[in-house]
Design a binder for this molecule. Structure first.
Ligand SMILES: Nc1ncnc2c1ncn2[C@@H]1O[C@H](COP(=O)(O)OP(=O)(O)OP(=O)(O)O)[C@@H](O)[C@H]1O
Ligand SMILES: [Mg+2]
Length: 475
């Protein structure tokens, strides 16, 4: 079992913490986007308020014929209330100036033109003020209340900057508050609606995987109609299926074991009977002489059957050990074992190239070939008639990165019963004394090698192709 896949993430390293982080991140991002225009408009309003004082002053200047004649403390008060060093009033090409009694000599002057109404320049101005070095002087330009008149204020930037920083601070505090409250509310909602059900499903899957034979662990789906509901129902169905499949398998395996035991004893008993029958066959009684050979063949068949059932149980569970094997040699050996090579009735032709290699389990692949060759021989031998020209041909080639071995004979072809149950264990036999295991075993072994076994249609006779994956390193 993979440890990593079975460890359950705690509530925080998992979905929930990602969710909270995402919500807070998104809200803060939105707040930043909102912050820029609002700090710009805060600055514009702040400056506008100061400019209004300038406009009032301009009106006074307009009314008096001689500015110099104005009392000093009046102009100073006017300037102080606008927070300015100086006010300039321009109208019809003329300009008038009032300034503090002790005029300040400005160092760096930046212009804030309130007549420029576009958002971008306002935001730019606001950021400029926020990140400016202290001690700059602002030249605020705006329209006066009379046509074509202009009012200019010269003032230190610091008070504006201080107010803007205060504003930003409260904005950040409020934003964080909103983000926290929203994240919490959303988290609770999303947890209830989505995360908790997903956690329930995850927990259930992990528990069920550990003990799939415990029916109490099968999920009870809720009545939700959405995707999570579908997920729950599908999971519950899947778990029920796995549960019954496992139970069925266990029963089958138990049965198989019982059959193997019975079969084993049966084979031993039959072998003893065979020994007895051999002795009986030596008796001189003519009746015994007539019946004994039939008794011997029947017992042979029964023992053969018991043996192949035992083999089936053993063989199919062994993992193939792949190693490079010379195919021509393998075919040659199998042909001898299947009593095809050296058979006086059959012309056997091994056409496999002597240099051809394949990565197979020699024992198991040999068994596949023996089964196919034996079937071919049995089909040919069962043919009535004079029996000339019986042929079995085995060829092999590398095709499109695969190795294909074909076993062909010029016999009668597969009978319908064998065709219908092709590769089905115990079902496919269409000859007397056949177990119907040969092809099923052959197919299982080929598939365990990552290959396929297929019946290939031929105008006459039978052809089976074993297709194996290419050897590592071969193209
Ligand atoms: N080359 C062939 N030509 C004609 N019929 C074949 C050929 N190969 C297989 N068959 C038919 O397919 C049936 C199934 O073959 P399979 O090898 O699975 O079982 P079997 O030969 O009957 O028994 P077993 O091989 O287990 O002793 C055979 O009974 C036979 O009728
Ligand atoms: Mg067979």
């Amino acid at each position: 079992m993979n440890d990593q896949s079975s460890t359950m993430p705690g509530r925080f390293p998992g979905l929930s913490s990602k969710l909270i982080a995402t919500i807070i991140g998104v809200i803060l991002l939105v707040e930043i986007v909102i912050f820029l225009p609002s700090i710009a408009s805060f600055r514009a309003t702040w400056l506008e308020d100061r400019l209004q004082v300038g406009v009032v002053a301009a009106r006074v200047l307009d009314a008096v014929p001689d500015v110099m004649a104005l009392p000093r403390d009046l102009t100073d008060r006017l300037l102080n209330s606008a927070g300015a060093h100086a006010i300039v009033y321009r109208r019809e090409g003329q300009s008038q100036l009032i300034e503090l009694t002790n005029p300040v000599m400005p160092d760096t002057v930046v212009t804030a033109d309130l007549r420029q109404g576009d958002l971008l320049s306002r935001v730019g101005g606001a950021l400029d003020t926020l990140f400016a070095s202290p001690g700059r002087t602002l030249r605020v330009v705006g329209e006066g209340d009379l046509n074509e008149s202009l009012v200019e204020l010269l003032m230190p930037e610091t008070p504006l900057r201080r107010d803007m920083i205060d504003y930003s601070r409260s904005f950040a505090l409020v934003s964080l508050g909103i983000a926290a409250v929203t994240a919490f509310v959303l988290y609770v909602l999303v947890s209830r609606l989505f995360i908790d059900p997903v956690l329930r499903v995850t927990d259930n899957m992990l528990a069920f995987r550990k003990a799939p034979e415990n029916a109490a662990l099968i999920l009870t789906p809720s009545k939700r109609a959405d995707e999570i509901g579908i997920l729950e129902r599908e999971l519950a169905d899947m778990e029920s299926e796995i549960f019954s499949m496992l139970r069925q398998r266990r029963h089958l395996a138990d049965l198989g074991l019982a059959v193997a035991k019975i079969n084993h004893d049966l084979r031993n008993t039959l072998t003893s009977a065979q020994l007895l029958s051999d002795q009986v066959a030596t008796l001189d009684d003519p009746k015994v002489q007539r019946l004994a050979p039939r008794l011997v063949t029947t017992l042979d068949k029964a023992i053969g059957f018991a043996q192949s059932v035992l083999d089936y149980g053993r063989e199919t569970s062994v993992v193939p050990r792949l190693a490079p094997v010379n195919l021509r040699g393998l075919v040659e050996e199998a042909a001898f074992e299947a009593r095809v090579a050296g058979n006086p009735l059959i012309a056997f032709d091994n056409q496999v190239d002597g240099a051809l290699m394949a990565d197979v389990d020699a024992g198991q692949m040999g068994r596949v070939l023996v089964n196919l060759l034996k079937n071919a021989r049995e089909a040919l031998e069962a043919q009535t008639g004079d029996g000339q020209d019986f042929r079995i041909v085995v060829g092999a080639a590398n095709e499109a990165g695969k190795t294909v071995i074909s076993v062909r004979d010029n016999g009668p072809g597969l009978p319908p019963r064998a065709r219908e149950n092709l590769f089905v264990a115990f079902e496919g036999s269409a000859r007397s004394g056949g177990t119907g295991l040969g092809l099923a075993i052959a197919r299982e072994i080929t598939e365990a090698h990552g290959g396929t076994l297929a019946l290939v249609p031929e105008p006459k006779g039978t052809r089976f192709d074993i297709t194996l994956p290419a050897r590592l390193g071969d193209s």
